[in-house]
Design a protein around this ligand. Structure first.
Ligand code: NDP
Length: 243
């Protein structure tokens, strides 16, 4: 039987890593990626192989269109193209908007929004030729509601939500579904800057009383990759009741 292929961008740690493990466990061949944590990518590769799964390391900056083109040349050579694309790579930026430099703004937009465009552009032609495919974007609840001192991050994720809804309409006639997951606060290194008091205060604000885990986010992503084809264009909140 044809082994399905998935690319999870930003999979050296956190939500992306959990997604890569979930897809590998479900029998997918997983293309794993990150920009700089190559050792962590190697250890993920080992973990997948040890568990009897299969994967290929594809390091590269997904915010750089040339790097994405080169990454997809390797995917095409290996298997023709992707069944599932998970646009997960992302970075946070905390601070007043008025203090933000042009470079900082561009880096947030390149990584959180343009990267999804670059990857979708490369992934779509193969999916169209097969008349099937799933694209899952990892957004954020801040894309829906906006967060103080995270204006650029919130704008990038709101952009990703818009891309999700519009692209879903564009690709529905080709039987390609595009959905997004909008997590709340997930327990990953992205929230490592919080001290214990800040963490406790934030947990109190979350109706579920705790941070989410990368693994439960990955479960939802895997579910979306197997969801009925009539589910498309949705931004699905997963925030313990926060919003
Ligand atoms: P982490 O910081 O733990 O992991 C981010 C991953 O993205 C790393 O593997 C990192 O690898 C990779 N990455 C960053 N920039 C690039 C790039 N330019 N090219 C390729 N890979 C890159 O974050 P999380 O796991 O927490 O977040 C994953 C996604 O979930 C992000 O899009 C984030 O915005 C979103 N999210 C997270 C929430 C949370 O509370 N944690 C809440 C809502 C949404 P490396 O640095 O080695 O390149």
């Amino acid at each position: 039987m044809h082994k399905k292929n998935v690319l999870v961008t930003g999979s050296s740690r956190g939500i992306g890593r959990a997604c890569a493990l979930a897809f590998a466990g479900a029998g997918y061949h997983v293309f794993i990626n990150c920009r700089s944590s190559i050792e962590k990518l190697e250890s993920l590769e080992q973990e997948i192989l040890d568990a009897g799964g299969s994967c290929t390391k594809l390091p590269g900056d997904v915010g750089d269109p040339d790097a994405v083109r080169s990454l997809f040349r390797k995917i095409t050579a290996a298997c023709g193209g992707l069944d599932v694309l998970v646009n997960n790579a992302g970075i946070a930026h905390f601070g007043l908007l008025s203090d933000m430099t042009d470079e900082e703004w561009r880096t947030v937009m390149d990584t959180n929004l343009s990267a999804a465009f670059y990857c979708c552009r490369e992934a779509i032609p193969y999916m169209v030729s097969k008349k099937r495919g799933k694209i899952i974007n990892i957004s954020s609840m801040w894309g829906t509601s906006g967060a103080s001192c995270e204006a650029a991050y919130s704008a990038s994720k709101a952009g990703l939500d818009g891309l999700t809804r519009a692209l879903a309409k564009e690709l529905a006639p080709s039987n390609i579904q595009v959905n997004a997951v909008a997590p709340g606060v997930i327990d990953t290194e992205m929230n490592g800057r919080l001290d214990p008091d800040e963490r406790a205060a934030l947990e109190e604000e979350i109706p579920a009383g705790r941070f989410g885990t990368a693994e439960e986010t990955a479960r939802l992503v895997l579910m979306l990759s197997e969801a009925p084809s009539y589910l498309t264009g949705q931004v699905i909140g997963m925030d313990g009741g926060f919003l």
